[in-house]
Ligand binder design. Structure first.
Ligand SMILES: [Zn+2]
Length: 67
C-alpha cells in the first residue's frame, strides 16, 4: 500500500500486513519516522510529533552506577 510521507510528501510503499495502526514507519526518502493511522481501511502517515510523547523522565534522569 502506498502512503505519503507527511514530511517530504514522497509516496512510498509499505506492507500493510507488516504494519498496524500506531506503528512507526521510517520514510525511505527523508528518513523521518511517522505514525501509521488507519482511516476507512486506508493507511495514512501522520507526523510523529503530533503524538504525545510519553517519555519516562526517570529513565533519562536515572543515575546508574558503574563498577
Ligand atoms: Zn519523507
Amino acid at each position: 500500500m502506498k502512503v505519503k510521507c507527511p514530511k517530504c510528501k514522497e509516496l512510498f510503499e509499505i506492507d500493510k500486513n507488516r504494519y498496524d495502526e500506531g506503528d512507526s514507519v521510517e520514510c525511505s526518502e527523508c528518513g523521518v519516522s511517522s505514525i501509521v493511522v488507519v482511516k476507512k481501511g486506508k493507511m495514512l502517515l501522520e507526523p510523529e510529533e503530533n503524538k504525545y510523547d510519553d517519555i519516562d523522565e526517570e529513565y533519562f534522569g536515572e543515575d546508574y552506577e558503574r563498577d
